[in-house]
Design a protein around this ligand. Structure first.
Ligand SMILES: [Zn+2]
Length: 262
């Protein structure tokens, strides 16, 4: 069953920590073979370690992949457990940090990558400040236009990046864009359909409308993305908006009519 849910970051502390236990951040560079995680998990378990969170990701060394975890373990078992893990043939490298703070922030990762480029996490709360500052400087209409123009460029750039990763799937790239927006927390879901030359795109729980009451950045991004797919100019209009009480935000993306074109 598909059950999307929130991913809390830096709140691993909500897990109760019994007396005498520490949170151990453990990053293991493992041979990329079946059962590797199982084998190291067994060693952790044999020392009473309780794995709470983990992620596996590529390394820059061929044949090796990182497995990075946060686990609860008795403070006086840490050294011995680490030594046992080091002895495993599967373990090529190992880093660990004992966390005693209330808020736990990873010390083993300082870059987030997305489709080969650097990504950052940005609290939507901060965007409110940017939005307010831009509005103060350029006026409300100026701020909307600026957000739209930036969005169009972002959409074109996203299209280029997506094509290089998954190929030029034309309209089907829109599904990928919506999945990316969902997986990175911009929306909770979305769908699109065509009506002649128009694209009708629905976005659920769009972050921009939550903070700004209407969409200009993402509206621009949809226009830029479809402009790049079709190789001609498209514009986007938001015809329904969750901030106005609709169930979702709906965008109509249509070719720009060129009045003087023959
Ligand atoms: Zn909206």
């Amino acid at each position: 069953m598909h059950m999307p849910h929130n991913l809390p970051l830096f709140t691993i502390t909500s897990i109760s920590r019994p007396e005498g236990y520490v949170v151990l951040e453990l990053s293991l560079l493992l041979k990329d073979v079946p059962g590797a995680i199982h084998s190291v998990s067994n060693v952790i378990k044999s020392y009473g370690g309780d794995i709470k969170w983990g992620v596996t990701h590529e390394s820059d060394k061929p044949g090796l992949a990182w497995w990075c975890t946060f686990l609860l373990v008795k403070e006086d078992s840490v050294d011995e457990m680490i030594e046992s893990l080091r002895k495993l043939d599967l373990v090529s490298d190992l880093e660990y940090t004992v966390h005693r703070d209330r808020i736990i922030i990873t010390r083993h990762h300082d870059r987030i990558l997305s489709l080969g480029g650097r990504a950052i996490l940005f609290r939507t709360e901060w965007l409110k400040h940017i939005h307010a500052a831009v509005g103060k400087t350029w006026g409300t209409e100026g701020a909307k236009a600026l957000a739209y123009i930036v969005g169009v460029d972002m959409g074109k750039a996203a299209h280029k990046s997506h094509v290089s990763f998954i190929g030029d799937l034309k309209d089907e790239l829109l599904s990928f864009l919506l999945e990316m927006m969902g997986g990175t927390g911009w929306i909770s879901g979305g769908s699109w359909r065509k009506d002649g030359e128009k694209y009708i795109i629905r976005l659920y729980d769009l972050f921009e409308c939550e903070i700004a009451g209407e969409s200009h950045l993402v509206r621009g991004e949809l226009a830029g993305y479809i402009t790049a797919i079709r190789g001609r100019d498209y514009k986007a209009t938001e015809v329904k908006c969750k901030a106005r009480g609709d169930e979702y935000c709906e965008f109509v993306v249509e070719p720009v009519e060129r009045v003087y074109e023959r």
